[in-house]
Design a protein around this ligand. Structure first.
Ligand code: SAM
Length: 283
């Protein structure tokens, strides 16, 4: 992260969600109707880079990034149906769930926890749009490298005795390995039974197909330039082990092709990502 500047990857993710709406056919994996409004001019220009004919890695992201948001929002809907009423979004970026929340889920408490630089930028953007924070949402600033989610949430009305869904999308690979382990242990400690930590995980380079090696240097250079180098990768068995060591009960992993087949009755026009998988660690 670069102090005083929003996360560039958060902007990129919102741009991919908007590109999915703009360039993919219905039914969409996720219809993030607010993604475009939350983007500034540079973010909107980024959307166009995802148009048909774009480099394959961007076309992959145009499906994967809305898919992972759909995954966590589906988990939230299911958890809500069994009585869960707290939703924590760690590293929220330009997540717009709070402004899209269905009427039926308005009894949730939503906590957007993010790096102070990204959050300050989002607050400013929301104020420019004239969008108030929904009454059931809270903004909580926290740098995970120097503080913990539990410390940040302790300053709010978050109730650790009640079960919670925690979204941790697009964050774990930007943290140092020990920070990630500490963050999981911190969450396992404060999450009540019935809670879920829902997150995406990036595979080690050597576990990815050859096509990624060809763009490795380019990706590493872009991410370091953005001040967001990726530091932390796991194979499925390693994340299950790390979550257990942190104090979670069962951890399930989900592969992207199976989820895509579940969400869409059409074969994807572009290959699906083979860089990521999704995980749900349960308390
Ligand atoms: C790739 S974006 C993901 C945003 C959002 N979860 C999504 O999927 O749209 C990464 C997010 O992690 C946050 N982040 C990265 N490093 C962080 C840190 N050390 N402390 C707090 N947040 C951090 C960034 O501010 C950004 O919002």
């Amino acid at each position: 992260m670069i102090e005083g500047r929003p996360s560039e990857t958060a902007i990129e993710v919102a741009a991919a969600r908007e590109a999915h709406r703009r360039y993919d056919e219905a039914p969409l994996l996720l219809d993030d109707v607010h993604a475009a409004a939350l983007l500034d001019e540079a973010g909107l220009a980024a959307v166009e880079r995802y148009a048909d004919g774009a480099p394959w890695i961007l076309l992959e992201n145009r499906l994967f990034l809305p898919l992972r948001a759909r995954f966590v929002e589906d988990r939230l809907a299911r958890a809500h149906a069994r009585g869960v009423r707290q939703y924590v979004i760690l590293g929220a970026g330009l997540d717009s769930y709070a402004w899209r929340q269905p009427e039926s889920q308005r009894d949730l408490r939503i906590y957007e926890v993010d790096h102070p630089s990204t959050q300050a930028w989002k607050v400013d953007r929301l104020s420019g749009l004239g969008w108030p924070l929904p009454s059931n949402a809270r903004m909580v600033a926290c740098d995970f490298e120097s503080s913990t989610a539990s410390e940040a949430l302790a300053a709010t009305d978050f109730d650790p005795s009640r079960p919670t869904v925690v979204s941790w999308m697009g964050v774990i690979y930007y943290l140092e390995r020990e920070t990630a382990a500490g963050a999981m242990a911190d969450l396992a400690k404060i999450l009540a039974p019935g809670s879920e930590l829902v997150f995406d995980v990036m595979l080690p380079w050597e576990a990815m197909p050859e096509r990624y090696q060809a763009i490795r240097e380019q990706m590493v250079a872009w991410l370091s330039g953005a001040g967001e180098p990726q530091k932390n990768r796991y194979r499925p068995a390693e994340i299950v082990e790390a979550a257990a060591a942190a104090g979670f009960g069962e951890t399930r992993v989900f592969d992207v092709p199976s989820l895509h087949a579940q969400y869409s009755n059409r074969a994807p026009r572009e290959p699906l990502t083979e860089r990521f998988f999704l995980a749900v660690a349960t308390r």
